[in-house]
Write a protein that binds this ligand. Structure first.
Ligand code: PGA
Length: 258
């Protein structure tokens, strides 16, 4: 399966020129990898999408949005619809990030509605799932990941699954509070659990890409990306610098092809 790498900028304050420069540096740095079909997406704050899409359209790098509303349009003050985001240049939408789940109370029902909307509107969708607690035993881990998948995927059309990317993002391994990625053994257990659950829920695991996110950096990217069933990485802080993101991608791919 084609490798896929993404970065979520969260609420970083770049101006339009800086955001365009980031993409140019990223595209130049990746060069041949993009031509070889490695898929890369960048999820900036939505206000930067139009300026960035002027650069992105000359490359195969996809742009995406970190948040959106599941309804088509209407009286939803402060929200952005899929149509607005499409017009701004997004082709990828993220659903279920732990910061949305915890800080903005997005529950399983909301996540399911958003995922359906994203896929029905033709977007690639990144669905983030993961256990909350580091000490979750393996049997419980399987149950938790499977339950999140069952509820998020309710009603999803099988024909849309090739546009679905599941991001395994253990909540306890995200962001600066913790500063440690999940160990490779945990990534392996979770990848098996997610692939197994996908087979049960949608009858196939093959068309769905699975990536890992949470404190990915240059030291751990190789080992994590080499885990069986993992197709790529979702990177936060280690991709703030585009050259750093390129290095993570190069090293991850180097390990994966060993
Ligand atoms: P991090 O963020 O790499 O900075 O831990 C990852 C994420 O939120 O997806």
């Amino acid at each position: 399966m084609q490798a896929v790498f993404g970065t979520n900028w969260k609420m970083r304050n770049l101006d339009q020129r800086e955001a365009q420069q980031y993409l140019k540096t990223l595209a130049d740095g990746l060069g041949g990898l993009l031509e070889d079909g490695v898929q890369v997406c960048v999820l900036p704050p939505a206000t930067l999408l139009p300026a960035m899409s002027e650069v992105a359209r000359k490359t195969s790098i996809r742009l995406g949005a970190q948040n959106f509303h599941w309804e088509e349009e209407g009286e939803f003050t402060g929200e952005l619809s899929t149509e607005l985001l499409k017009d701004a240049g997004a082709t990828v939408l993220m659903v279920g990030h732990v910061e949305r789940r915890v800080l903005f109370n997005e529950n399983d029902e909301v996540i399911n509605r958003k995922l359906l909307r994203a896929l029905e509107e033709g977007f690639h969708a990144i669905l983030c799932i993961g256990e909350a607690d580091r000490s979750t035993p393996e049997a419980r881990l399987k149950e938790e990941l499977s339950a999140q998948l069952v509820s998020a995927l309710r009603g999803v059309n099988e024909a849309d699954l090739n546009r679905l990317i599941v991001a395994y993002e253990p909540h306890w391994a995200i962001g600066r509070r913790v500063d440690a990625a999940a160990p490779v053994t945990r990534v392996k257990q979770s990848a098996e659990a997610i692939r197994g659950a996908l087979k049960t829920i949608v009858g196939t695991e093959n068309s769905v890409r699975l990536i890992y996110g949470g404190n990915v950096n240059l030291s751990n990217c190789r080992a994590i990306a080499s885990v069986d069933g993992i197709d790529g990485l979702f990177v936060g802080r280690a991709a703030v610098d585009p050259a750093g993101f390129v290095s993570v991608i190069e090293r991850a791919l180097d390990g994966a092809t060993d």
